[in-house]
Write a protein that binds this ligand. Structure first.
Ligand SMILES: Cc1cc2nc3c(=O)[nH]c(=O)nc-3n(C[C@H](O)[C@H](O)[C@H](O)COP(=O)(O)O)c2cc1C
Length: 359
């Protein structure tokens, strides 16, 4: 379903080529001022039409709040936000209703919902649905800032080009804050050039590229989360896998820890200069036993190459059951990961706020 959360409940609605999309956020604490300029920065980072690395579909993505705010302050009632779809070209999708796009949700959705399913522009499975998700996460991020939490992310790698990874121990809030303002979020500027070249080469040949986003939260209080099924990893992973195109999530050193010996992988406890218990390394990504330990929470999220590519692809005609090819028209992101950085940050903020509200 498209609802998530317990004390903080987020319900996302809409389809890519319907009248609009939006979100209802229930459970927000009352009396918190929402800074709409900061919201607009995040909506713009996610929005299409920012150059050749992203889809040229241009939409302003202006969130219109119908309820839950008075004078930009949360009232405690459900906050409902709608975003109009203004740049719809359903004709681009007329061919594919009978010939599902390989690795998009077209075929699986039809098996699940039958012909009633509105798959124009990817329907409810479109990356466009990450606009309300970004709105919700940005509201949550602002409330988390009151607890001192900073969140940011960057393109960790695109097509084998790697950015400078986060220092998992000494990760500065200022670095996360500056990354979370950037449209093409990288730490090392030369990585941006090489990544853009890789994406452009894919686009020029009618193809697409995948990428990995690394995101983090710092100043997260120790003791958040519960063992087994209500842990920090569970909460964050369930949100992150809700983002279309995500195929993997790893925390801390992730899969890389499996090749290490325990003596190198274990995060030794130390006492820092402020007399706080901390750890010398952070292979655990700030989470042990499902519970935050006060170290930076570090997560990497794997995005597949955009399924809609311009090259002809093999598929099957649903009418005739015959093999055929599909040539996808329309405006598509050559690399989903570029625009997904603020979405991943938003998912982190939603998950952490739910955990803070649980106490
Ligand atoms: C920000 C964002 C933008 C996306 N843009 C596109 C796109 O332009 N074309 C496309 O085919 N898929 C795009 N996707 C991915 C599809 O929505 C996704 O691959 C599809 O729904 C199938 O889901 P799955 O990949 O999780 O299995 C985008 C995803 C995100 C997060």
């Amino acid at each position: 379903m498209s609802s998530w959360g317990n004390l903080l409940r987020i319900s996302i609605f809409g389809e890519s080529h319907g009248l609009g999309i939006g979100v209802v956020i229930d459970g927000l604490p009352a009396g918190r001022r929402i800074d709409f300029e900061a919201v607009s920065v995040q909506m713009t980072r996610r929005a299409p039409g920012q150059g050749s690395a992203v889809t040229p579909r241009r939409e302003p993505d202006v969130p219109k709040v119908l309820s839950g705010l008075k004078d930009n302050v949360t009232t405690g009632a459900p906050l409902c936000c709608v975003i109009e779809n203004t740049n719809v070209r359903s004709g681009d999708y007329s061919d594919i209703s009978n010939t599902p796009r390989p690795s998009h949700a077209d075929y699986a959705a039809r098996e699940r919902f039958g012909e009633a399913c509105d798959m124009r522009g990817g329907g409810h499975f479109s990356g466009r649905l990450t606009a309300p998700l970004t709105f919700a996460g940005t509201v949550c991020r602002q409330i988390l800032a009151d607890y001192g939490v900073h969140i940011g992310g960057h393109l960790y790698s695109v097509g084998g080009v790697a950015d400078t990874p986060f220092d998992p121990v000494n990760l500065s809030p200022a670095l996360l804050d500056s990354l979370s303002l950037r449209n093409f979020a990288v730490i090392n500027p030369s990585a941006e050039t090489a990544m853009r070249e890789h994406i452009e080469a894919a686009r020029q040949s009618g193809d697409s590229a995948g990428g990995i986003i690394e995101a983090a939260a710092v100043n997260v209080k120790p003791g958040l989360g519960s063992p087994m099924f209500l842990g920090v990893e569970n909460a964050l992973a369930s949100l992150l896998f809700g983002i279309p195109g995500v195929k993997g999530v790893e925390f801390g050193t992730g899969f890389g820890i499996c090749g290490m010996r325990g003596s190198a992988a274990n995060d030794a406890f130390i006492v820092d200069e402020n007399n706080h218990i901390t750890t010398a390394t952070n292979h655990s990504g700030g989470i042990q036993g499902g519970i935050s330990n006060g170290m930076p929470i570090i997560v990497r999220v794997a995005f597949k190459p955009t399924p809609s590519i311009a090259l002809p692809q093999n598929t099957v005609s649903l009418d005739t059951q015959q093999e055929t090819t599909v040539q996808i028209r329309g405006r598509h992101d050559p690399c989903i990961a570029v625009r997904a950085v603020p979405v991943v940050e938003a998912a982190l903020a939603m998950g952490l706020l739910e955990l803070y509200l649980r106490g």
